[in-house]
Design a protein around this ligand. Sequence first.
Ligand SMILES: Nc1nc2c(ncn2[C@@H]2O[C@H](COP(=O)(O)OP(=O)(O)OP(=O)(O)O)[C@@H](O)[C@H]2O)c(=O)[nH]1
Ligand SMILES: [Mg+2]
Ligand SMILES: [Zn+2]
Length: 306
Amino acid sequence: MGLKKGIVIKSTGSRYRVLDEEGNTHECVLKGRFRVSGVRTTNPVAVGDHVTFDPGEGLIVALSPRRNYIIRKASNLSRESQIIAANIDQAFLIITVKMPATPIEFVDRFLATAEAYRIPTVLVINKTDLCGNEEMSQALRIKSVYQKIGYPVLLISVTEDEDLGVLEDALANKKTLVSGNSGVGKSTLLNRLNPSLSLKTGTISDYHEQGRHITTFPEMHPLPGGGYVIDTPGIRGFGVIDFDRREIYHFFPEIFRISDKCRFHNCLHMDEPGCAVRDAVARNEIEPWRYKSYISILLEDNEKYR
Ligand SMILES: Nc1nc2c(ncn2[C@@H]2O[C@H](COP(=O)(O)OP(=O)(O)OP(=O)(O)O)[C@@H](O)[C@H]2O)c(=O)[nH]1
Ligand SMILES: [Mg+2]
Ligand SMILES: [Zn+2]
């Protein structure tokens, strides 16, 4: 049997589903000991990877070079990491202010990671139908803070909005990673965009405020209008990994923009004199919670990796 080319649409770490160029799927495993240079990962091959495989044996024999990938730590203490997806055009980070409330530091960690991997991200605030006045003003505040930095922000209700056209336009013909905490409505959204999917979704009572993971492995699905979406398990601890601590502020665009006004070119914006970043925070030109998230990543990195 000849070898074929395909794209990985599901990865459980040991088994892989590969879509060939004719649109057929194949269940595969990796051939022998598969080594990918660089990071130590629990899954050497990930959703979105282009591979060469032997359809008769169900074996992946080669992996094409990646354009990009996004990764998380396998667990808080682990040095091993998991590749969530590869070769993606953009990410949609789905967040909610209620049921469950997404911690804002999680948003900043995700955005910083996406910046580091040069993956453009759209922030999608879902479940606006559940928002009372207070929650709505919180949602609008989040929208204005992140829009000002330069991120597109959409406010939606997957279950109540009649028209999700803006969202569909943003997804068309792209490979989009759909990310966010458990219970924010990722699978519900994808089912709505492509009703033939019937992905398993949770019920509100499954989640309470904490979230129980309904989707357990990343999986890529075609969209009716062209393009793909990658449904991912709700990410809890999104560890920012492999960053040089001197570079972390590069991944906070508004901090980076102003940093050339700091007195010292190697300013970390902690307690150095003449720091333009801290001045901007004091004047509320930089949102204090963003600065706090930056410092939190900086200190964590300091402890764990140096
Ligand atoms: N009220 C309301 N409920 C929603 C909305 N979107 C999703 N839900 C509900 O939220 C719950 C969780 O949705 P899921 O789609 O399973 O969430 P998920 O993000 O895929 O969760 P994991 O797979 O665990 O990561 C379900 O009960 C949905 O019906 C919305 O816009 N409004
Ligand atoms: Mg899900
Ligand atoms: Zn500074």
